[in-house]
Design a protein around this ligand. Structure first.
Ligand SMILES: Cc1cc2nc3c(=O)[nH]c(=O)nc-3n(C[C@H](O)[C@H](O)[C@H](O)COP(=O)(O)OP(=O)(O)OC[C@H]3O[C@@H](n4cnc5c(N)ncnc54)[C@H](O)[C@@H]3O)c2cc1C
Length: 416
């Protein structure tokens, strides 16, 4: 689609990622004649979609009551309760299936294309923008935006572009400069922090346990209300697994303030309380009193971890249960239900991370995703101060906000 330099687009979508493509397609789906242009600063569109979900693209999460679904967003929960009523994970599934993309739900609730390939989603979007005659310009960064007489003037690396409406979908970034053009438009940006990361342990003893996985741990942060339950994986550098990732998301701001230096307290199984462990140990002493302690681990503790816990409790592996002092048993109980691990630093999880913080939701009309401050400027996706835990929740936020913005842009276009 070639446009004359003085052409005024109905909508320019800034950012050729998940939210940008979804928004652009939904605008034209509702109004066939709308002239829409997507601007992407890099040479590649949809690059995060491509690598998402380990190359499989976890497009959303299974249908849950909306209140429960919204609980998966450390930032934006309250707002998503409302937004999801307009476009939920059920709507996402219908949308893709209508376009011929077959989806499947895995046992943990994550939804993927049946093809197990993110390329299926990219192909779907590429086909739709062609079919709908949506213009796309890559290697074109929007640097600055001004509004004059109801028209937006976008100064880009490729010259000036004019439009009636803007859908801003520039994604998240921890670099504050990324949001400069929005600050110039008086949009407030809430502080930016990484979310979804793993913990680096200062404790070298754990390194020998790399690969050990526990299905039902509870991790707490000392001197904090933060705690999470779920599977835990010991890695060469520290702790990973769903419990840690969830904790990193809920603690994104607090842990950043502590400069990622804190003590994690691990219950190796969340059923472990002092009473439960005393009962288990008494049963072991009764049954295996004369057996070596290292051969009779408490379930579900794997042998390698059991040996470390004995060592940390100053219990020799060769000792029999009958010979261990009460003091050492008490220490063992403490290490089983509250193992202290000093965390120093963080590591990105499979390069998958999101930004906590961004365009303040206070500056946005939630029913329309339009700026409270600048009429005609709409927002969708990760540039907003909304982020979810892993499991398809971040794409769902992108689809939902883009859908609502698109709907409102078309309503406004029809009024003009
Ligand atoms: C490795 C990885 C795997 C992930 N896997 C999943 C997953 O499986 N499921 C899930 O739900 N979430 C996943 N996420 C998170 C998810 O990818 C993002 O939340 C989602 O892509 C956000 O979409 P977006 O369109 O808002 O932003 P983006 O996808 O980041 O797109 C923004 C686009 O805007 C462009 N842009 C920025 N500034 C400008 C400018 N000034 N002018 C023009 N263009 C600009 C950028 O180059 C970019 O292409 C993953 C993230 C990563 C990093």
């Amino acid at each position: 689609m070639i446009h004359k330099p003085d052409h005024i687009f109905d909508t320019v979508v800034i950012g050729g990622g998940a939210a940008g493509f979804f928004g652009a397609i939904n605008i034209v789906e509702r109004q066939r004649s709308a002239s829409v242009l997507i601007l992407e600063k890099t040479s590649q569109v949809l690059s995060k979609v491509k690598v998402s979900g380990g190359g499989r693209c976890n497009v959303t999460h299974e249908d849950l009551p909306l209140k429960t679904f919204a609980k998966h967003y450390p930032r934006g929960e309250k707002e998503l309760r409302e937004l999801l009523q307009d476009f939920s994970s059920v709507d996402v599934k219908h949308w893709f299936e209508e376009k011929g993309v077959r989806l499947k739900t895995e046992s943990d609730g994550r939804v993927f294309p049946e093809s197990n390939s993110s390329q299926t989603i990219i192909d779907c979007f590429s086909k739709e923008i062609q079919k709908k005659n949506i213009a796309l310009k890559t290697s074109c960064a929007v640097i600055n935006v001004r509004k004059d007489n109801g028209i937006f003037y976008l100064s880009t690396s490729e010259g000036e572009i004019k439009t009636k409406y803007i859908l801003a979908c520039t994604g998240g970034s921890q670099n504050a400069n990324h949001y400069n053009w929005l600050k110039d438009l008086s949009q407030s940006i809430t502080p930016l922090h990484p979310s979804l990361f793993t913990f680096n342990a200062a404790d070298h003893l754990l390194k020998n346990l790399a690969g050990v996985a526990l299905p039902h741990c509870r991790i707490r942060i000392r001197n904090s209300k933060l705690q999470e339950e779920g599977p835990l994986l010991i890695t060469h550098w520290g702790l990973s697994g769903p419990a840690v990732l969830k904790l990193s998301a809920w603690g994104a701001v607090e842990l950043a303030e502590r400069q990622y230096s804190f003590d994690a307290l691990i219950a190796w199984d969340y059923s472990f309380t002092e009473a439960v462990l005393k009962e288990k140990i008494n049963a072991l002493i009764k049954e295996y009193g004369k057996k070596k302690i290292n051969n009779t681990a408490i379930e579900p503790i794997p042998k390698r971890l059991w040996e470390l816990l004995l060592f940390q409790s100053e219990i020799e592996e060769e000792q029999t249960w009958n010979n261990v002092s009460q003091k050492k048993i008490n220490k063992l109980i403490e290490n089983l239900m509250s193992y202290p691990l000093t965390v120093k630093g963080k590591t990105t999880f499979k390069e998958e991370f999101v930004t906590a913080g961004g365009v303040s939701l206070k500056d946005i009309h939630l029913k329309t995703m339009e700026s409270v401050k600048i009429q005609g400027l709409h927002f969708a996706g990760e540039l907003l101060n909304i982020d979810g835990i892993t499991g398809g929740f971040n794409f769902q936020a992108a689809w939902t906000t883009a859908f609502i913005a698109a709907k409102n842009i078309v309503t406004s276009l029809n009024k003009k």
